[in-house]
Ligand binder design. Structure first.
Ligand code: ZN
Length: 154
């Protein structure tokens, strides 16, 4: 199957999953509101039962809203044409990996680096800061001197 077709199929699956999640989240939030309402008027035993039910419902709702956010993000990336591109090295993530992990934004190599060094962004950021610290004082001095020279020649 061509990559484009695979991405289109993934897109369709994500849309289906999103509407599923939205419907379920809506029902669960409704249920939560109902549970809160009924526990206010129930006796102690009812209240205990209700609060455990409420906990399960709110945990589920939390997980589902997290997945929903991931789906929204993937859909935005699909629309922007950046879906399936590794955020680390910009290679095309293989379709097999995207099918298994539709929300993956890193290729296997970069994912391994993240797991090994505890964050691709963190490691890269530190390297950049080192360079900036070395280069900046000189660059600033050069700019200042040339500014002074320009002022004196006026
Ligand atoms: Zn990569």
């Amino acid at each position: 199957m061509a990559r484009q077709d695979a991405l289109l199929r993934l897109h369709k699956n994500l849309l289906v999953r999103r509407s599923e999640l939205r419907k379920r989240l809506g029902l669960e939030l409704e249920e939560l509101a109902h549970v809160k309402h009924s526990s206010a008027s129930g006796d102690a035993a009812d209240a205990a039962f209700d609060s455990s039910g409420e906990e399960i419902a709110s945990t589920l709702a939390e997980l589902e809203s997290k997945e929903l956010a991931q789906i929204e993000r993937a859909l935005r990336r699909l629309k922007a044409g950046t879906y399936g591109k590794c955020e680390g090295c910009n290679v095309s993530i293989p379709v097999a990996r995207l099918n298994a992990l539709p929300f993956s934004t890193l290729c296997v190599k970069c994912q391994r680096e993240v797991e090994q060094y505890g964050g691709w962004g963190a490691g890269r950021g530190e390297a950049d800061w080192g360079k900036i610290a070395d280069a900046d004082p000189m660059a600033d001095r050069d700019v200042n001197i040339s500014d002074l020279e320009i002022d004196l020649s006026k």
